[in-house]
Design a protein around this ligand. Structure first.
Ligand code: PLP
Length: 458
């Protein structure tokens, strides 16, 4: 493998000449040059200059079992030799696809036993919109066509996923206004530290959830198809709802016969110390989105779980005119099933719940308590957000355009830690295989980055 500055320079020139990067400011990229990652092992990746980096983001919230799993490469190679592709359209499928669906039924919450396959979280959520609209039509309630999401919710990058998500820059990309598809509505994000005012977390949980009921009443329950939310909002900055919020959301959805759709793309497959975030919060979704940790990012695959009520309606509703060439791709399915086996056999969910998750929360919580730049630590399991503050004493947030978080991220990278900046917060989501020693390293490098940032922005 080539390594070194000349190699990096050549790659950057080609990158600059030919690539359009997702979620990237093209001008800034030219100034900085891309970070080129060329190898991974365990919780570490190496860049094209040979620098070893602790991956505090598990790739993009996805490499739950860590890098360098030869067993997954072997499963992929074996399946590619046997049958690299066949489709699921019409009345066809393949053994790995059937086997994965049956395996998923074992690990997903009871009652969610029917799966539709796609290739990404965005496609899965887009599929949900189409399939849920079809469901309500078959159920004889065709006016139920509106969806409610949340500010700072992230559900992907297709037009429907952007519309149900609550990321304003994505929605504003095409025009100066709020440009989303019709039929999508939003309520506030349940962020107590920012929006709670004088309310206790418990009271705020109730009032934040009550926004859903108000919105349903405003639209008319007979017009509302579903509510969608991430158990903990990831890309929005790891926004952890206060206790009681999700139970209240569930009660409101049931009362108005609105489907509760839980997007588990980040929280699923052990991230919070349960197989799924819905289990962490003790609620029972009607529909659940899975991607990322489903294959630990080794191959692109996503799935939507539906309950029996929806499944029966879809089955009796004539042709389901929806699907992707690569729905249930046999190689991706074989790898995803082997990935689930690793999570189970190595007890990664229990380990996150009982050992690494509590230790990670203790260590990151201590940083938040001690560091003058940090106002709040959020998250659970192996998912954390640190809110940077201009002045934590007076609870003054940095302005939205502040570069504090970007500086923190860049300094961390220079010191060998990958973390992510979301607005004015830092977020962490390491592989579930992370050890105590690696958590210590992550914490030490986080403090170094915060210290350097505080010198300029503190
Ligand atoms: N849903 C959530 C909660 C996500 O975090 C993401 C991606 O980060 C998506 C959906 C979209 O997934 P993808 O990028 O695979 O389309």
């Amino acid at each position: 493998m080539s390594i070194g500055h000349n190699y990096t320079r050549e790659l950057r020139q080609l990158d600059d000449r030919h690539n359009i990067h997702p979620f990237c400011d093209g001008k800034q990229l030219i100034e900085r040059g891309s970070t080129i990652i060329s190898r991974g092992e365990g919780c570490y990746v190496w860049d094209s200059d040979g620098n070893r980096l602790l991956d505090g983001m598990a790739g993009l919230w996805c490499v739950n079992v860590g890098y360098g799993r030869n067993e997954l490469a072997d499963v992929a190679a074996k399946q590619m030799r046997e049958l690299p592709f066949y489709n699921m359209f019409f009345q066809s499928t393949t053994p790995p696809q059937i086997s994965l669906a049956a395996r998923l039924a074992e690990v997903t919450p009871d009652g969610l036993d029917h799966f539709f396959f796609a290739n990404s979280g965005s496609e899965a959520n887009d599929s949900i919109i189409r399939m849920v609209l079809h469901f309500w039509k078959v159920e004889g309630q065709p006016t139920k066509r509106h969806f409610i999401g949340r500010n700072l919710g992230y559900h992907g990058s297709t037009m429907a996923a952007v519309s149900i998500g609550g990321m304003k820059p994505m929605q504003d990309m095409h025009a100066a206004g709020h440009e989303i598809l019709p039929g999508f509505h939003h309520i506030g994000e349940p962020h107590w530290y920012r929006h709670g005012g004088d309310q206790s977390p418990e009271d705020f949980a109730k009032s934040a959830a009550a926004e859903l009921e108000d919105k349903i009443i405003e639209l008319g329950a007979e017009n509302v198809a579903g509510f969608i939310g991430e158990p903990i909002q990831g890309a929005g900055g790891v926004i952890e709802p206060p206790a009681g919020y999700w139970k209240e959301i569930e009660r409101i959805c049931r009362k108005h016969d609105v489907l509760m759709i839980v997007d588990e793309v980040i929280c699923g497959f052990g991230r919070l110390g349960e197989w799924f975030g819905a289990q962490y919060y003790g609620v029972q979704p009607d529909v659940m989105t899975m991607a990322k940790g489903l294959s630990s990012g080794y191959l692109p695959i996503s799935a939507v779980a539906f309950n029996s009520r929806i499944n029966e309606a879809l089955r009796s509703g004539g042709v389901l005119s929806h699907g992707y060439t690569y729905s249930g791709h046999p190689v991706a399915c074989a790898v995803a099933e082997a990935n689930i086996d690793i999570i189970e056999n190595e007890g990664l969910v229990e380990r996150t719940r009982e050992e690494t998750g509590p230790y990670f929360n203790e260590v990151i919580g201590q940083i938040a308590a001690d560091h003058p730049l940090v106002g709040e630590k959020r998250g659970a399991g192996l998912l954390a957000g640190l809110q940077l503050m201009q002045d934590r004493g007076s609870k003054t947030f940095f302005e939205a355009g502040s570069t504090a978080a970007i500086q923190c991220r860049e300094t961390a990278l220079e010191n060998g830690l990958i973390m992510r900046a979301v607005g004015t917060a830092m977020v962490l989501c390491p592989p579930l295989t992370i050890t105590r020693g690696e958590i210590d390293e992550l914490a030490e490098k986080t403090v170094m980055a915060l210290d350097a940032t505080a010198k300029v922005h503190g």
